[in-house]
Design a protein. Sequence first.
Length: 752
Amino acid sequence: MKSTFTIDDQRLIIKSYRSLLRACKPIIKKDSLKEIRKAFQFALDSHGNDRRKSGEPYIIHPLEVATICAREIGLGTKSIVAALLHDVVEDTSATLEEIEEMFGPKIAEIIKGLTKVSGLMGKSTSEQAENFKKILLTLSDDVRVILVKLADRLHNMRTLDALPQQKQLKIASETTFLFAPLAHRLGLHAIKSELEDLSLKYTEPHVFHDIQSKLEESKAQRARLIRKFVQPIEQTLEQLGYKFTIKGRLKSIYSIYQKMQKQGIPFEKVYDVFAIRIILETAPSHELEKADCWRVYSVVTDIYTPNPSRLRDWISTQKFNGYESLHTTVMGPSGRWFEVQIRTQRMDEVAEKGFAAHWKYKEGDGQHGSMGLEEWLSKIRELLESSDAEALEFIDDFKLNLFSEEVFAFTPKGDLITLPHGATALDFAFEIHSDVGAKCIGAKVNQRIVPLSYQVRNGDQIEIITSRNQKPHEGWLDIVVTAKAKSKIKASLKEEKRKVSMLGKDYLKLKLDKTKLGFDNNMLSRLAKAFHCKSVIELYYQVGNEQIDKASLSRAIKEIDNQAKQGQAPATLRKKKKNQVPQAEQGDKKATEVLLVGGDSIGLEYHLAQCCNPIPGDHIFGFITSKEGIKIHRTNCSNGPSLMSKYGYRILRAKWDIPEIEHITFHPVGIKIIGIDSPGIVSSVSQIISKELKVNMKSISFRAVDGAYKGTIVLEMQDTEHLEELIAKLKMIHGVETVQRFNNDDELGISG
Ligand code: MN
């Protein structure tokens, strides 16, 4: 093919290629340059005489993208080669097979990933967002795909002028929506800021140019103030022998705009805050760096008064994206606030270039930079592939939580469900289908059982557990956040109430037809009053759900009937049922779900913890373990405090629910007896246990030490009521001082 490029075009290409080589030099090994040259040649041949909308030869674009990868993200040879080739499969006749043959399977895989991303980008924004999320979530191939894609987008944004306005707007909004948050997540601060500024330039050109010109106007004055502020700091640091640089830091146009919008303040107010950055040339070492930063902090705050509420220590605990720095705001001369960032060179590079730079430093010397990168990439890949909980959390923080206002999770079949932030497993169930929601008794997230109130996290795979006997409860309204779930639950509660009321009405009619007054309003309102119901409808309902038990109802009817015969006023008729729960507790029970232990009504599996051996009657809680399902502990279990404080979100409220008629189960309980040694004590104890109370003993041992004795007995008990009775009886034995239940399974000898 004959080249149509002019001399100027050729000069431009050579200039761009040289610039790429310069960017590569510090980060890659010499023999890798051959690969890069080969990729450049292949891209040049493939794109041929193609030109971009701007009129430039097309090859300039991949060259610039590769340069961004090398210079601004610090990526290695493979990424640079992939960047050079990123558009050939999509835009030219070159095939993936050719690429695999020439550059190997790894590069071909990255190009394939990049082409897949491009293919999904052509649709409407919302659809696109979904697709984009899908790609990120299911991406287990190579993070380089995302990084090269970001570099591609950055260059496209830098050259957006050439496109028609309609396209500019589409690409710009896509950038703010998807790519800038992505860059942020990856810790690519400089790229994130540039993407945001460039987007604003096209979506809100007036605002952009307004802020830009105001920044320009105030430049000289700002520089003067900063110089005045910095001078005494510089002096002191020099005296102390520090090597450092101080930069006046420009806030990005986008961040100024955001602040103006969020706080409803004019440009001048935002720019009242000045910002500087002190970068120390401390050798990379956590201890040294930390100590130096704090020393400099102390220098700055000796000179200027800090605002204590604005101290941010990202050094002791780094940010989710690897960012490390010390931030403070101090009162400068002439009463202006100055934001001061203190960090080392290494921290600064990590802050600007993200994780890639971070891992480069892990390797120690810059020469083998791409080695550290490989390590980083493989670590990310590993994490993406593993289903380990902590890894999932890491990924969540690291890259998936792009859109804080919404979360997205998968069904077991892999369908994507998008929910608002804060949505729970129950919301997820209703989102699948209202029937699934209504019958939901629990959920498994990434194979682990969670309560209905579990907050969905990005990337969760959720399986809903249903039961035919389940019905929506009023307490569910506190668990769900989506409008869909709320309205379905309300509708179902209303319907349920209607049905129950109908049952109650029918029952009352049946009973009242036999009385003197019959099924009449006077009778009904007297009954309602007698049972403290607000209305007759409420009476129907309470009769229907047997909140008013049949015996009391019959008594009341009889009494009113008699009074009707004799003309007397009714007495208070409601008799409290023995096992009726007080109103307040009932409401409470509805508000949060409770795991019922003992019965077989619930579909969730649980085991009694062996560290504290709970028995019916003990106060208990459920704990969701990572491998063994739910474990039931006593609330006073010695492991309780640490479980609750560390894993509060895994705690389930639980209570015993032993069906009275069902078979009785026995649980091992250990008791410890201490007393004064006296003859016959062992036989007295065992007499009471086995003869009088008919309790099975699994083991018994007594030990006498210097006139005192210590006995440990393992018994099989039904519940705490029986245990308390037993303990009380044992305490009455002459010579027994204390009788205590003990927890430790070692002592119980029943572990395993
Ligand atoms: Mn491209």
